[in-house]
Write a protein that binds this ligand. Structure first.
Ligand code: HEC
Length: 159
């Protein structure tokens, strides 16, 4: 009598374990791979330090020299435009590298830095030094806003 009441319960438990076990195993496997849907952005697996050093630092250092005076010729303007574009697009790349906390602020800093970078690219295309310089400094202010909040004020960049 007792065992006949328990049977359906233990049978259901057995079914549940059999059905859930593969799903749990699969989700563990999925978490360890970096598979993304075809056509989706797939960030390269580096930490934030290596990302900033690898993507943002070199163009920033070149611009600091290049923007100290008006670029002399077409070649010099092209180099400025290229570095401005790398930093502007870099703002987009930051959007797929969200921190665990304060994500909305991270997104805001990234978008503002990206958009000022876009203004910089457009001004450099026109070889307008005054407008380029203004957009460059505006972009750096947004870089620094993120560094102030997420880097405790380290890496405050100067034009
Ligand atoms: C949304 C946040 C955010 C924005 C926007 C941002 N950064 Fe950073 N940046 C960081 C963080 C976080 C670090 C610290 C990384 C670390 O060392 O862990 C950093 C570090 C750096 C460093 C130091 C790298 C090193 O070698 O230690 C440089 C240079 C830098 N950023 C340049 C820039 C420039 C230029 C811009 C704007 C065009 C910018 N960053 C915009 C978050 C940001």
């Amino acid at each position: 009598m007792k065992s006949s009441r328990l049977f359906p319960v233990s049978f259901l438990a057995l079914i549940a374990v059999c059905c859930l076990a593969p799903a749990i195993l699969n989700s563990n496997v999925a978490a360890k791979t970096t598979y993304v849907e075809p056509g989706a952005v797939k960030p390269i697996d580096v930490n934030m330090h290596d990302f900033m050093e690898g993507v943002f630092q070199a163009p920033y250092k070149r611009l600091k020299i290049a923007m100290a005076q008006e670029p002399a010729d077409n070649v010099a303007w092209k180099a400025v435009r290229s570095d401005a574009l790398i930093l502007a697009e870099g703002g987009n790349l930051l959007l797929s590298r969200l921190p665990t906390e304060n994500q909305a602020d991270w997104v805001k800093h990234s978008e503002l830095s990206r958009d000022a970078g876009g203004e910089f690219v457009a001004a450099a295309k026109k070889k307008d030094f005054a407008a380029s310089k203004a957009a460059y400094e505006k972009m750096l202010n947004h870089c620094n806003d993120c560094h102030k909040q997420f880097e405790k004020g380290r890496h405050i960049l100067t034009p």
